[in-house]
Design a protein around this ligand. Structure first.
Ligand code: AHR
Length: 511
C-alpha cells in the first residue's frame, strides 16, 4: 500500500465552471495519456464491515451448522461476489462498535456473548473471511473504552509468533501462522461515539496508542490511521496534524481518517426508494460536496505535511438514508438504487482527483448496512447497483491518473443545479487506458466526444450501468433490474464517441 509514499504533484482533471449547456450538445473531452498523474491507490476501493444490524451476522457469518452454503461459517455466495471486486482492504469491527469491543470475548472455543453480540464472529473468523475474499485487514482498536495494554495484547494475539503466550493461544485456536494486520485504526469518531473527546485529549491518547500498540512482526509494519474530522470540520485535523509535525521516534501515523456521508442534511431523512427528481439532485449535490471537503482538509494537512506523507483516509463514506420500510431502524438497512450507483461513481472520481492525498477509503458498508454492495435475506443474496459500480471500476485500482479537460455543463431541476456529467481516465499497469463517464442528468442521454492524445486506439469496450428509473432497485425477486451491460464504441480520427443513458455510469477500455 502507498500510504507512506509522498506523492508527486497531482495532474488533476480540469472541470470548467458549470455553465448553461444545451442538454443534447456532445460533451467535448480532451484526454492526454502522455501526461500521467499520480497512481489511484487501489485502497480507495476499500470496504467497511461493522457489527451493526445484519452486516456481519446473516450477511457474512451464518455459522458452520447453517443450511446456507458456507465455508467455516462464512457465506459462500457473499465471498464469491466480493472476490470479484478485488476488495483491497476491509475495516473491522467498527465504527462505533469498535470502541466498545472486547476482542477476548470473541476468540477460542468458549465465546462470551454481550447483549446483542454473540461474539461467534471474532478475530479468527474475520481473518478467515479476509483470506477467503483475498483482502487486507484494517483493524480498528478500542481507544474509547479500553486500554492501550488490551489493544497491544490483541495485536500480540494477531501478529506474534508462537513464542509469545498470545501467539501460542492463536495457534491453539487453529492458526499457528501470524496474521497480517495491514492497517491499524487508532479509535473511531473520538469526537463523538468514540468517547466525546476534545481534540487535544484525543491527541494525547492517540500518541500512547501509536507507541504501545504495534505489530509483533517486524517484517510487517502497519499503517496507523488516527481519528480525523467529520466532513469539513477543521478541529481534529488541525490538532492531529500539528501534533504529527512535532512527532518523535516514539510515535507516528501514516493516515488521518475522514468520515463524510451523503445525506442531504443531518439527521438522515431522505428515502432510499421513494424519492423524486429533486431529492435525486439534492443528494447528489450533497455528495459532490466531498470535493470541497477534501480540498479543505488537504489544505490543512498541507500546512503541516507539504510532502503528503500522511494519507487522508476516507474510511466512512456513502449515502446514509432513512432505514428501509419494515426494517429494524437500528440496523441501518437501506435499499440501493441507480441513484446510489451514480453517487458511488462521482465519489470515486473525486477520490481519483485527490489521489495524491486520498490514498485509502472505505464505503459504509459492505453487506446489509447503509450503502451496501450486497443485501441478503436468509439464503438469498442480491448485488446492488453500488456493487456493480465497484466492479466496473476495478481497472482503476492502482492505475495512473490521466488528465482530462471538459465542460461539465449544468443540470438543473427545481432550483437545484449540479454538473450534467463527470469523467475520469487512467492507465492501468498493463498500459491500457480506461475512461469512466457518468451522466448525472436523469432525463437526457449524453454524448461524449473524447479526443485522444498519447494513446492509439481503434475502439473502446466495457460496460454501462443504467436503469429504467433513478429509483430502480434490485430485489430478491427481481435481482437484475439494475445490471451492467456490455457497450462498445468506435474510435475514428483520434476521437472516441459514445452516447450513454440518463443517470448512468459507463467504463470503457481503449483498444
Ligand atoms: O457506519 C455507521 C456508523 O457511522 C459508524 O459506526 C460510526 O463510525 C458512524 O457514525
Amino acid at each position: 500500500m502507498r500510504l507512506l509514499t509522498s506523492a508527486a504533484a497531482i495532474a488533476a482533471a480540469v472541470i470548467l465552471p458549470v455553465a448553461a449547456h444545451a442538454a443534447d450538445a456532445p460533451v467535448q473531452v480532451a484526454l492526454d495519456a502522455s501526461k500521467p498523474g499520480v497512481v489511484i491507490d487501489r485502497h480507495v476501493f476499500g470496504q467497511f464491515a461493522e457489527h451493526l444490524g445484519s452486516g456481519i451476522y446473516g450477511g457474512i457469518w451464518v455459522g458452520k451448522d447453517s443450511t446456507i452454503p458456507n465455508t467455516r461459517g462464512i457465506r459462500n455466495d457473499v465471498v464469491g461476489a466480493l472476490k470479484a471486486l478485488k476488495v483491497p482492504n476491509v475495516r473491522w469491527p467498527g465504527g462505533c462498535f469498535a470502541d466498545q469491543y472486547n476482542w477476548r470475548r470473541g476468540i477460542g472455543p468458549e465465546r462470551k456473548p454481550a447483549i446483542g453480540e454473540p461474539n461467534t464472529f471474532g478475530t479468527d473468523e474475520f481473518m478467515d473471511f479476509a483470506q477467503q475474499i483475498g483482502t487486507e485487514a484494517y483493524i480498528s482498536v478500542n481507544l474509547g473504552s479500553s486500554t492501550a495494554q488490551e489493544a497491544s495484547e490483541w495485536l500480540e494475539y494477531m501478529t506474534s509468533s508462537t513464542d509469545s503466550a498470545l501467539g501460542a493461544e492463536r495457534a491453539k485456536n487453529g492458526h499457528p501462522e501470524p496474521y497480517k494486520v495491514a492497517v491499524l485504526g487508532l479509535g473511531n469518531e473520538s469526537w463523538d461515539c468514540g468517547g466525546a473527546m476534545s481534540a487535544d485529549f484525543y491527541v494525547n491518547e492517540m500518541k500512547r496508542f501509536s507507541h504501545f500498540v504495534h505489530s509483533y512482526n517486524p517484517a510487517q509494519p502497519m499503517k496507523r490511521v488516527a481519528v480525523g474530522p467529520s466532513g469539513p470540520d477543521p478541529i481534529y485535523t488541525e490538532a492531529v496534524m500539528k501534533a504529527w509535525k512535532g512527532r518523535s521516534w516514539a510515535w507516528d501515523i501514516e493516515g488521518l481518517s475522514l468520515h463524510s456521508y451523503s445525506t442531504g442534511g443531518w439527521p438522515p431523512h431522505m428515502s432510499d426508494t421513494g424519492f423524486d427528481e429533486k431529492d435525486y439532485a439534492v443528494l447528489l449535490k450533497d455528495s459532490l460536496g466531498m470535493d470541497d471537503t477534501l480540498k479543505t482538509q488537504s489544505a490543512i494537512m498541507d500546512k503541516y505535511d507539504p510532502e503528503k506523507k500522511v494519507a487522508l483516509v476516507v474510511d466512512e463514506w456513502g449515502a446514509w438514508l432513512v432505514p428501509a420500510s419494515g426494517s429494524n431502524s437500528g440496523g441501518a438497512v437501506q435499499q440501493n438504487s441507480q441513484r446510489d450507483a451514480v453517487l458511488a461513481a462521482l465519489n470515486f472520481n473525486i477520490f481519483a482527483r485527490h489521489a495524491d492525498r486520498v490514498r485509502m477509503a472505505n464505503i459504509a458498508q459492505m453487506v446489509n448496512v447503509l450503502q451496501a454492495m450486497i443485501l441478503t435475506d436468509k439464503d438469498r443474496m442480491l448485488l446492488t447497483p453500488t456493487y456493480h459500480v465497484f466492479h466496473m471500476y476495478v481497472p482503476f485500482q492502482d492505475a495512473t491518473f490521466v488528465p482530462l479537460t471538459f465542460d461539465a455543463g449544468a443540470y438543473t431541476t427545481d432550483g437545484v443545479t449540479l454538473p450534467r456529467v463527470d469523467a475520469i481516465a487512467a492507465r492501468d499497469k498493463a498500459g491500457k487506458v480506461w475512461i469512466a463517464v457518468t451522466n448525472i442528468d436523469p432525463k437526457s442521454p449524453a454524448t461524449f466526444s473524447v479526443s485522444l492524445a498519447g494513446v492509439k486506439a481503434t475502439k473502446a469496450s466495457g460496460q454501462t450501468l443504467s436503469a429504467p428509473k433513478v429509483n430502480s432497485i434490485n430485489t430478491f425477486d427481481a435481482p437484475n433490474t439494475v445490471a451492467p451491460r456490455a457497450l462498445s464504441a468506435k474510435v475514428a480520427g483520434g476521437k472516441l464517441t459514445v452516447t450513454v443513458a440518463p443517470a448512468s455510469v459507463t467504463v470503457l477500455g481503449l483498444e
